[in-house]
Design a protein around this ligand. Sequence first.
Ligand SMILES: Cc1cc2nc3c(=O)[nH]c(=O)nc-3n(C[C@H](O)[C@H](O)[C@H](O)COP(=O)(O)OP(=O)(O)OC[C@H]3O[C@@H](n4cnc5c(N)ncnc54)[C@H](O)[C@@H]3O)c2cc1C
Length: 582
Amino acid sequence: MVGGRARLHLISQPVSDAAYDLVIIGGNAGGLSMAMSVGRSGSQRVRILEERSAVAFPELVGEHQLDVGYGESVDSIDVDGSDVVVTTSKHVYRTRAVVVAARIAAPSLAPPTKTTSSERVLIGSLPEYPADEDILVIGQTDCAVELTASLAAAGARVVLAGGGMDPTKLSSAAESTVHRLEKERLATLLYRSVPEQITDVDGYPMAFFADRRTPDLQFDHVVFAPARASVSPAAVGLTAAAASSAKVWFLDDAKPDAFPDIGIAPAPSHAERRRGFTSVIEDLRQEHYNATITYFEPTHSDLWVLRVKPDHGDVSHLPGQYASLGLGYWEERIDDAEDEHLDERWDKLIRRSYSISSRMWDEHGYLTGDLSADQLEFYIVLVPPTEANVPGLTPRLACKRPGDRIYLGPKVAGRYTLASVTDPASTLLFFATGTGEAPHNAMVVELLRKGHHGPIVSAVSVRQWADLGYIEKHRRLEARHPNYHYLAMPTREADVPKRYIQDLITAGFLAEQFGIALDPASTQVFLCGNPSMIGLPHGDADGVSGDLKFPEVTGVVELLANLGFTLDHRKIRGNIHVEEYW
Ligand SMILES: Cc1cc2nc3c(=O)[nH]c(=O)nc-3n(C[C@H](O)[C@H](O)[C@H](O)COP(=O)(O)OP(=O)(O)OC[C@H]3O[C@@H](n4cnc5c(N)ncnc54)[C@H](O)[C@@H]3O)c2cc1C
């Protein structure tokens, strides 16, 4: 600290002998956070100037050994040589850089929520005697946390309605204060809720919340946290020379690399910070998830069979249909990939479609009637990140275990069913890649339960033996039902000739092995999984008639079309049924 009388002497010095690395103007959440992060990087020469007699979160001063000048208003910020000179109502400081953190409330005439007028509803100001009062603070920002903390310190019972508060948008000082208020039960935090309406009931404000989980509550006062903006350069007496020196920053514009010499400890990543907010994450899960994972059995580390039980409602579906599963962007990923635009999406759900598979066997050795069960079974593979795509859902699903909560779409859907199978003697061929066998498992079990006696083949192309999560169950089915054949087709195993699904049609394998003729009159084919195995034609209106243009890599549809098979379509029935996974 430098006394006022020394000012002229210091200003005339050409070489920097600044007593401070950084002077921060404003002991609010942003200013304290900046001081804390510079302090963490090792600098002891940081001074906060606060014109009031207390900073926003006083307990942080001792905890982080912050140096604060209280009751100091800033008259001017100028430059002298390589130093910045800050003149306050009490002192003159030479420093290497200045951050102006002070903010003012933007003038706001009306509260943002529908409110019947009452002197008990305030914007930005605090009630005169808050002790023992019930007070609702509404807002998502640092300012809302500052108001909550000072009301709690004054002995009020405070509820903070943060309505979608994103923890990473808070400064680190506000963030740690929120944690403390929660931990010490000094305030109730409603991260996801915000009242729809505030109404005067018997002279006291009553808050009506839109979400069903938050009851309507009455308070002594309601305080809205106002929007705030940086103070103007004139308010801190910023000279033109100081403004163009690149040594004076307003907090909203200050980037960590603005102070290369001082060094600011890197902030924890957004993902890390969000993880710290377990109560926000719990709120989000409660808000969005409506089902529980009851079973999660890895076939191997990247391939899982899982069962999901919805809280309410039924799981009825037709074999072959799909449901949607969802997890929040706030959930952890198993890989290190970074989701694009995570900041905008972090409190949203990622939903994907999944075919409903089948347990196939019940505990007594009967084929399952999954239609009467209270859970749905899925068969899901982890999708790895690539340069072109960062997968959203499966890397998060990979971190889940039985008992964890999940979103299950309220309706199952899909036309990929057995609706067209009306002849129990017909030949049915199910061809899949990888997890594309999921719907076929459900369909095959249904057919065998119903007594279908024509030949049924389920063929699955995978890379390795280990990628066959249901193989044992299929072998049991084959042993009991001679008309059923499961063809496991690993392409990267030394003991098996490399064969693709297309080869089953071109090489006469089905006829040779099982005596099955590919006769369009008595055969239906179901294709599920990788679009390039399926090879749908494109170019014409419905993909069924006219001059079909097939993809360059020959898929199964083209081979079957050459034998007289036709695609099943909403309007024109056919004997090739298709479910593409992407
Ligand atoms: C009707 C329908 C049913 C589906 N059923 C299943 C199912 O039962 N099991 C299942 O694992 N997936 C299934 N999928 C795929 C699933 O919806 C997701 O696309 C997949 O889990 C990837 O999600 P993600 O968010 O991790 O990756 P995304 O960011 O959505 O990545 C999509 C990319 O992942 C790859 N991909 C997607 N699915 C698979 C897969 N199954 N195997 C290998 N690579 C894949 C493709 O390259 C695709 O472009 C189905 C898709 C549809 C449309």
